[in-house]
Ligand binder design. Sequence first.
Ligand SMILES: *Cc1c(COP(=O)(O)O)cnc(C)c1O
Length: 249
Amino acid sequence: MTSLVSSIRENYLHTLDQIATAARKSNRDPQDVRLVVVTKSQPIEIVQAAIEAGVKILGENYPEEGVTKIQSVPPQSGVEWHMIGHVQSRKARLVADHFALLHSLDSLKLAQRLDRFAAEGNRILPVLIEFNVGGEKSKGGWDASDESNWNALLPEINSLLDLGHLRVHGLMTMPPLETDPEQSRRFFLRLRLLRDHLATQLPRGDWRELSMGTSADFAVAVEEGATLVRVGTAIVGARRYKSDAEREA
Ligand SMILES: *Cc1c(COP(=O)(O)O)cnc(C)c1O
């Protein structure tokens, strides 16, 4: 094992350990939480080392960068690829063709495009719906910062369930950046309560997944019900380069 592989492995196992501790603390089964290792803006060597270290799910933010990486690792490596970043309309086909789960479905228009491309590719694309629970202008997703507006979201969310080649499995959020992870708890709680609301109001949907928590706050997210956490820097270190999309932003 190279030192890169063993250090990623050590960080990965330590993160799994922290997830298990947080799950038990809230009387949850640690098996109900999946760890997505975020390799955006990391070179392919890091992806290969992460796979060798035993990582099972990799998360990417930019479709083209993600597809390049997907195509450069052997399919028999058995790793699952998730798209976790904003998808521009013109990149929708890449996502529909190559990813096992889209965490960040953030508009009806994108949903309709993905549905069309998934239909053409003869597949069903699993997705999570992104909600903006902090109300920041810079963040994507349906604005769910004000509980009194949740019912107004229902018709559009309901229409997502009608798209035959998308399959909604739950919710995702990227809350405001806080210095103290405890400050993020209310946002994670809000996403969980919204999930419970959708499950009651739109019972034909599958609302089981909650994708929330990053390196800074995944333990708090697990305590509040996360079923998927997205952890990058704590496992694979600081990002090495800025991708085109980040430079554009
Ligand atoms: C980059 C990113 C992460 C991971 O952040 P870290 O701080 O590196 O753990 C998680 N989710 C999304 C949507 C991201 O863009």
